[in-house]
Write a protein that binds this ligand. Structure first.
Ligand code: ATR
Length: 292
């Protein structure tokens, strides 16, 4: 289909704001969902300079933009520009999805929904499980709130900088009564193994063979391992987990399903399982092709 059939005067406009955004996969992802669901909308990337978020959001509202995704470095800062924030997003302390309301934009966090779906699609539930999260940055916030809110039996936060892990544990304990500990990598490797291991650090991203866990035998007996990285498609961390027989999941499904969740929020729809699988197949093939 040509653009001439797709974009009309009545088309609703969505977009992503961040700095930089030219590399973002979200326009391909969202326009693919749109071409499947046909809701008469288009999605573009808006590069926003640092210090200009408030102006961009105000301008977007004045221009009738229906929704935004928000990426690095604005996921926290943008929270000051919203008329309402979803309680889950408040707990995480970051938003990645804005939906137009009558008085402004409402903020949501669909990263956590994408992370959950990337596990459930493999038949993995966090309920009653011992969950360990590597890292204590932005992505770790979503992982620990997910584990705590879904009834994990135990939560370990592992980080090089212990203070950050302690702060994150304290933060999650403000909302959930969870059996948790914040520990170093050395202590973690000596202790009881988790059932589920979620890797949220940037270690292993890009053209590097680094791994935050230099102990391949540690993976033996762990049920599932999620690495939020998807470039490279298989990090050394994930390859080690796979060799040890764990269910090994990279970050691509999380990326895909956070986007689907944003689309569902904006359009008040739920995509069918079949639609999700079509998108998953097509976009996985596309992404692997361009990232080779
Ligand atoms: P994000 O928002 O993507 O999570 P971030 O807030 O910068 O990014 O956090 C990055 C995380 O990756 C931190 O937990 C960091 O550990 P420190 O707090 O000790 O710095 C972790 N990290 C980055 N590089 C790492 C490496 N080589 N090994 C282990 N952890 C690493």
């Amino acid at each position: 289909m040509d653009c001439i059939d797709l974009i009309k005067g009545s088309s609703r406009i969505f977009g992503i704001i961040g700095h930089p955004v030219s590399h973002s996969f979200s326009p391909v992802l969202q326009n693919s969902i749109e071409s499947l669901c046909q809701k008469n909308s288009v999605y573009v990337a808006f590069p926003v300079e640092e210090g200009q978020v408030k102006t961009a959001i105000k301008g977007g509202f004045a221009l009738g933009i229906q929704g935004f995704n928000v990426t690095v470095p604005f996921k926290v800062e943008v929270m000051d520009c919203l008329c309402e924030i979803d309680p889950f997003a408040k707990q995480i302390g970051a938003v990645n999805t804005l939906k137009r309301m009558s008085q402004g934009f409402k903020g949501y966090n669909t990263d956590i929904l994408g992370m959950e779906k990337s596990l459930t699609i493999q038949g993995i539930s966090l309920k009653g499980k011992r969950v360990a999260v590597l890292g204590a940055g932005g992505a770790a916030h979503a992982a620990v709130i997910l584990a705590a809110s879904r009834g994990a039996k135990k939560l370990q936060i592992v980080n090089r900088t212990i203070k950050k892990a302690e702060n994150l544990l304290e933060h999650v304990k403000n909302y959930y009564n969870i059996n948790g500990e914040s520990i170093s990598y050395t202590e973690f490797l000596k202790g009881e193994k988790p059932d589920i291991l979620i890797q949220t650090t940037s270690c292993g991203m890009g053209k590097t063979a680094e791994t935050p866990l230099e102990a391949p035998s540690f993976f033996n007996g762990i049920e599932a391992v999620l690495d939020i990285i998807y470039t490279p498609w298989e990090t050394r961390f994930l390859a080690d987990a796979k060799k040890a027989g764990c269910i090994a999941i990279n970050g691509f499904d999380m990326l895909l399903f956070q986007g689907i969740a944003s689309y569902e929020i904006w359009n008040d729809v739920l995509l069918s399982k079949e639609q999700c699988l079509i998108l998953r197949n097509n976009l996985t093939e596309y992404y692997q092709g361009i990232s080779r």
